[in-house]
Design a protein around this ligand. Structure first.
Ligand code: NAD
Length: 379
């Protein structure tokens, strides 16, 4: 069975879906692995590194994909790329089912069996395939470094001959995977960290990392599967009123709040930003899904009266080596879950296979993706 890894073509995407170490694991399971020439170069993995591991390097996506049985990618393929994937092949990738209805429909028409990493169920059996978590960890870590690089202050308390400097105050909003990693990183740098989440279940995790948990007089918003549920505008208004004083006191605010498949909730208004001290920094990790901060512009840094709002897109891609390494393990584990005796063997009675499969046999098979696709197919 032939596994193909094309070079990522989306703008600013530096990750690659498979690194040599992980390719070796697939080859040991009897699979043949090829990568497109230059596929790993922006993640600091050379063609020679792949060749050394026994991976075939092929020039051009068209020749690479022509005989592929399985295609591994990071970003959803563009329309032109879908046409290169052979009918009946398996694709494993992030596919952004909530916003990529046209590409999902094109994959179904093409007869591709596509697995969306966003849909891998968050059960313990699937933890090693959880690319949302591995990439969120990279984002949470990097968010803190981006903030520290911009802040005109030290993170730790500094006792110097010239006097003592107080530590920076960091507020993390949303204590999921990215938020917890941001808390841990900011603590390692010596900042005083506080955090807030609508799921009080995270309180102990926040505290165990050495941060304080902010409790607001609000009802909890715990939804299915450990995620937050969608919140009413009334709830978010109350939340903003109560969190405002904590934002004003902070040197750094890192926002990571998300609700799966929905626009990111608005947590920080422009008035709240204006209430922060000049020199403060906000990193909005939800920039691409609408932003947690009213004035965020995805892909840009915005200056609001001396407060910088960083809206970098695709933060994991700014750490391409480790982000690719972790992603590759997630993808390889999902692929090996779908393989028996060296061939794809789909068991739709299995929660992981059924849950993450989005197109199969010419149809969109995921219920939520079907609903998203419906309006697009009518137009
Ligand atoms: P996410 O990216 O969807 O959301 C990030 C955080 O934002 C969540 O903690 C959410 O509660 C929070 N949030 C939403 N609205 C908010 C608001 N208005 N104000 C403040 N915070 C808000 O979530 P995630 O990080 O991908 O995962 C969330 C949780 O899922 C984890 O903490 C964990 O409990 C669970 N999880 C389980 C597994 C597993 O069992 N394999 C793996 C990963 C995550």
């Amino acid at each position: 069975m032939k596994v193909a890894v094309p070079k990522e073509r989306a703008q600013d995407e530096r990750r690659v879906a498979l690194v040599p170490d992980t390719a070796t694991k697939l080859m040991a399971a009897g699979l043949e692995v090829s990568v497109e020439e230059g596929a790993g170069s922006s993640a600091f993995v050379s063609d020679a590194d792949y060749e050394k591991a026994g991976v075939k390097v092929v020039k051009g996506a068209a020749s690479l994909l022509a005989n592929a049985d399985v295609v591994l990618k990071v970003q959803a393929p563009a329309a032109g790329e879908v046409d290169l994937i052979p009918n009946g092949a398996v694709l494993i990738s992030f596919l952004q089912p909530a916003t990529q209805a046209d590409i999902i429909a094109a994959l179904a028409r093409r007869g591709v069996t596509a697995f969306s990493l966003e849909l891998v169920p968050r059960i313990s059996r699937a933890q090693s395939m959880d690319a949302l978590s591995s990439q969120a960890s990279a984002a949470g870590y990097k968010a803190v470094l981006m903030a520290a690089g911009r802040l005109g202050k030290f993170f730790p308390m500094m006792m110097t001959a010239a006097g003592t400097v107080a530590p920076a105050r960091v507020l993390v909003m949303g204590a999921g995977v990215a938020g917890l990693q941001a808390i841990a990183t900011a603590r390692r740098l010596g900042a005083v960290v506080s955090a807030y989440d609508v799921r009080p279940a995270v309180k102990e995790e926040v505290q165990s990392l050495g941060a304080s948990f902010i409790e607001l007089a609000l009802e909890t918003q715990e939804g299915e599967g450990g995620y937050a549920r969608e919140q009413s505008e009334e709830f978010l208004r109350k939340q903003r009123d109560l969190i405002g004083e904590h934002v004003a006191k902070s040197d750094v605010v890192i926002t990571t709040a998300a609700i799966p498949g929905r626009r990111a909730p608005l947590l920080v208004t422009s008035d709240m930003v204006k209430g922060m001290r000049p020199g403060s920094v906000i990193v909005d990790l939800a920039a691409e899904t609408g932003g947690n901060v009213e004035l965020t512009r995805a892909g840009e840094d915005v200056d609001v009266g001396g407060v910088t709002i960083i809206g970098t897109r695709n933060v994991p891609s700014t750490m391409p080596l480790h982000a690719s390494q972790l992603y590759a393990r997630n993808v390889a584990n999902l692929l090996l879950h779908l393989v028996k005796d060296g061939a794809i063997n789909l068991d739709f009675a299995d929660d992981i296979t059924k849950g993450s499969c989005i197109t199969h046999g010419g149809e969109i098979v995921n219920e939520r993706a079907k609903q998203t696709a419906a309006p697009a197919s009518k137009s």
